[in-house]
Design a protein around this ligand. Structure first.
Ligand code: BGC
Length: 503
């Protein structure tokens, strides 16, 4: 009897301890979970983009645009002149080349234009990788490499070409870096972005460097137009739809351009008397305003970037950075709580989490969030993450992406406001619902918008919220595929010396 009661007693003690342990474990887990949730809640609050805040960003964008047009250095928005006064309209004829210099590769294109607007433009294209060492070499080495590839491409042209010997071949050059343009076919590099650092090229005329290399390689090709990728996008957009007034590139990096009245470009009044409008390359990636909802993660990312205090808007909205903002938030969650267990060294590796990865996590519609699980395991080396934690990760992706898309929408409305197409009657006017709104098309290019469905939906939603349904229905965002290639060839055509009757 006595032995039995001892056993029962021991059992009670052990069971009691186990229950205590279990309760303790549960309490601790709940505490850790709450800490992680708190981190997410704080980020959510800091990333808040109410329509009121977005309207402040709209106003700030329009004000900065004015300031950048008023004087050189008047704003962080460079508002660069492109000297493109005429956008393609379908009357272009002939065969033209384009060279599109992207991040680590470039493309060469040959585009055939028959003088009639056509939904599909006949063209050939080749992609070339730029050897890594050339990104930090000399302008001579760099352009010699490009010119050799171009020569090979041009020489592959068949004998049945429309180009007669008398007609010199012409090239549009897409150079998507900040350039101070003196004419449509010349421009001085202000600074490099996107990991390029060919130091001797800063301050030099970029088309002249290319032209010299073409001569060295014995290629009779004239650089007819130097074009930012946004300007190529606008050109192609306008070719297809004459109501296109602005273009946005939102992919790895971001920028915008639009058609401005020359009399509004105060910084060069007197110089621009022959034409009523000009495309302005805003370099909006460098936009800054105290109304932008900035978090400690943005501040750290900026401080650790190779270009601190530059490209502030780009660092909040473009594909190059969204993944890294998410990584920083997840790292903070893991440091403040143990919800991800052991923190692998991967967490501290900048840019290990790319934006396509966060898109895949965010848009994971499998019941158990298998894609989120896979990315956490394969990329960040965290296995066995519970479902509710995976859901929290997904939420983080949503917060960062939603803020980016809504700010991009505010940027677009800022441009519309500047040119009086937001239905408000100008920069100082109040909102007038009775105003007659013209159909307004904004050409848009870039993987973030085209490939990330939720980003696109957030952007559209914000556009409608800011403008209101009555105005928003007149604003159309049109994806323009390959403006930076085909659009640039179109600009080479419309600025061709073979085309003297077109101004
Ligand atoms: C460049 C712009 C370019 C944009 C998109 C930015 O980093 O400064 O000139 O248009 O990237 O490619």
């Amino acid at each position: 009897m006595e032995a039995n009661s001892t056993v029962v007693l021991i059992f009670h003690v052990v069971a009691g301890d186990m229950v205590k342990c279990l309760v303790g474990w549960r309490v601790r887990k709940r505490r850790e979970w709450k800490k992680a949730v708190r981190v997410v809640r704080e980020v959510e609050e800091e990333c808040e983009t109410s329509v009121e805040r977005l309207r402040q960003v709209v106003d700030a964008m329009a004000v900065e645009m004015h300031a950048g047009l008023a004087s050189e250095g008047g704003s962080k928005l460079k508002m660069l002149l492109t000297h493109v006064h005429n956008l393609p309209n379908g009357s272009e004829r002939g065969t033209y080349y384009a060279l599109d210099l992207e991040g680590t590769y470039f493309r060469v294109l040959r585009v055939h234009l028959n003088g009639q607007q056509s939904a599909i433009l006949e063209h050939e294209v080749e992609l070339q990788t730029i050897p890594q060492h050339l990104l930090t070499s000399t302008s001579k080495d760099f352009f010699d490499f490009i010119a050799s590839s171009l020569k090979e491409f041009v020489e592959k042209e068949g004998d049945d070409s429309e180009l007669s010997v008398a007609r010199r071949k012409e090239l549009g050059f897409t150079f998507s870096f900040p350039i101070k343009q003196i004419s449509v076919c010349s421009g001085i590099l202000i600074t490099w972005t996107k990991g390029f650092s060919i130091v001797d090229m800063v301050g030099k005329d970029v088309p002249a460097c290319l032209q010299e290399a073409l001569v060295r390689k014995g290629l009779d090709l004239r650089v007819a137009a130097l074009v930012n990728d946004t300007v190529g996008t606008l050109a192609l957009g306008h070719y297809h739809d004459a109501d296109t007034v602005a273009a946005i590139v939102i992919g790895t990096s971001t920028n915008a351009c639009y058609l401005e009245r020359t009399d509004a470009i105060i910084k060069c009044q007197g110089l621009l008397t022959t034409s009523r409008s000009m495309v302005v390359n805003m370099e909006w990636g460098n936009f800054w305003s105290s109304h932008l909802p900035r978090t400690s993660y943005d501040i750290d990312l900026n401080a650790e970037s190779p270009n601190p205090n530059d490209q502030g808007f780009e660092k909040m909205i473009s594909g190059m950075y969204l993944g890294d903002i998410v990584r920083r938030i997840i790292l903070k969650m893991s440091l403040e709580s143990d919800i991800l267990g052991h923190i692998s060294s991967k967490f501290s590796m900048p840019f290990i989490l790319s934006t396509p990865m966060i898109a895949a996590m965010h848009e994971d519609d499998s019941p158990n969030l298998r894609e989120v699980e896979r990315i956490l395991k394969d990329i960040l080396e965290v296995p066995d993450v519970p479902l509710k934690v995976r859901k929290l990760m997904m939420k983080v992706c949503g917060i960062v992406t939603r803020r980016a898309a809504r700010l991009a929408a505010a940027g677009i409305v800022g441009i519309l406001k500047k040119i009086g197409r937001d239905g408000s009657g100008g920069i100082t006017g109040g909102r007038r619902s009775d105003m007659k709104m013209r159909r307004t098309v904004v050409a848009i290019e870039g993987g973030l918008y085209s490939n990330y469905t939720l980003f696109r939906e957030y952007l559209h939603e914000a556009l409608h919220e800011i403008l209101g349904e009555d105005i928003a229905k007149h604003v159309i965002l049109k994806v323009t595929e390959d403006g930076s290639g085909i659009g640039t060839a179109l600009l080479a055509a419309s600025h061709s010396s073979n085309n003297v009757d077109r101004i």
